[in-house]
Design a binder for this molecule. Sequence first.
Ligand code: PLP
Ligand SMILES: N[C@@H](CCOP(=O)(O)O)C(=O)O
Length: 462
Amino acid sequence: MKYISTRGQAPELTFEEAMLTGLARDGGLYLPAEIPVMTKDEIASLAGLPYEEIAFRVMWPYVSGSFAEDEFKSIIARAYQGFGHAARAPLKQLNENHFLLELFHGPTLAFKDFAMQLIGQLFQVALKRRGERVTIVGATSGDTGSAAIEAFRGLDAVDVFILFPHGRVSEVQRRQMTTPADSNVHALALEGDFDDCQAAVKDMFNDFDFRDGVKLAGVNSINFARVLAQVVYYFSAATSLGAPHRKVSFTVPTGNFGDIFAGYIAKRMGLPIDRLVVATNQNDILHRCLSGEGYYKGDTIPSISPSMDIQVSSNFERALYYAYGEDGNAVAQLMEELKSGGFDVSQGALQALRETFDSGRASEEETLETIKATLASSAELLCPHSAVGVKVGEEHRAPDVPMITLATAHPAKFPAAVEQASGVHPPLPPRMADLYERPERVTRITNDLGAIQAHIKGHISA
Ligand SMILES: Cc1ncc(COP(=O)(O)O)c(C=O)c1O
Ligand SMILES: N[C@@H](CCOP(=O)(O)O)C(=O)O
């Protein structure tokens, strides 16, 4: 399997190379040159299997040239052994045909653990084999950073620097990033918003002297391995509700478009997904775009679902690549226009996107109301991101197709909003009970590329 860039001008890579490379050298994002398709029988045979076995069968065609079969199986086993639920991604019923896919039973209580725990193991094996070390730089609106720090802390072949927007993540998210004592992980609180953090990471990849000098690697959803690991739970959820003999739809609380893009890959692999519904908070650029208003950046407004406070949605580039008929030049042109504010999506591309995606938005009041109402109707305490999903999912639910909404984080990561909505203070799991007492280690940094690069260079291990 070869991997190609959405902008068409970067070298083709193997899975392992693409995973360790991060952003393509033409500024694009790597994708498999062809998406493998599973037969109806192969999909049917997944029903009832342990999550780890489904993960192996779904991901194996993508990684098989880079890892041995037994090696990959044991990597998967190690990745998910620390999850707090035997099913890994359990499905709960909210009403007659609306289901909740709980993705928050991993070590840092958000869906990011599904991919990050896996790629931590993949990096470890690949770097050891190559005798190399890398510097991972990541951008986070709260959850990617904590999951990355947890997955990579203490590994000797990796230094990790995570940029998060100062004052714009929840206290639990911040403490998950700032309290690990391992010397190879570094939390940087940037004066700016998430888009500034993500732009800085991409600028570092596009500065080849810096990139090659520090051996830069990325664990944001820039990295296709992240997206791939997230494809698995679409298969586990859909087959447990009767796929491939029955269609299902998914609603996905969306920011950087990585999670829902994993659903798109699952659909292209043959999973009978009817609709993929993009659910946004008040930072609704994706909803506006899918409603035909073009893709134009506004100011990021802080919300009670801070992990989705995003304007420049990195993986939307991958969706545009397919919507524009796999034309890398067209994508490169759009990304150029984005630098000066945004672009109109062509009618053909919009139609292609709408063949798969619907969208909706939830206001702050609607999000709070959904947390309260869902607790009353289903005894399920939602985090604010999942509540955005449930509200939009309910609006898009069709009578004859089960709707599965992804519950992307544990309510205890956002206790203030959850308590405001429901009157219930969600406790942290016992293993994190002392999170508020642990000492924090964080560097405040201005939004200046040179200053960030100097800090990183000065703190990587020799
Ligand atoms: C809790 C939570 N929900 C939803 C999202 C949005 O996911 P994505 O960025 O993959 O669209 C994020 C951030 O990634 C998140 O942390
Ligand atoms: N919401 C994310 C933003 C980064 O997304 P990623 O999927 O590209 O890593 C976060 O929690 O950091």
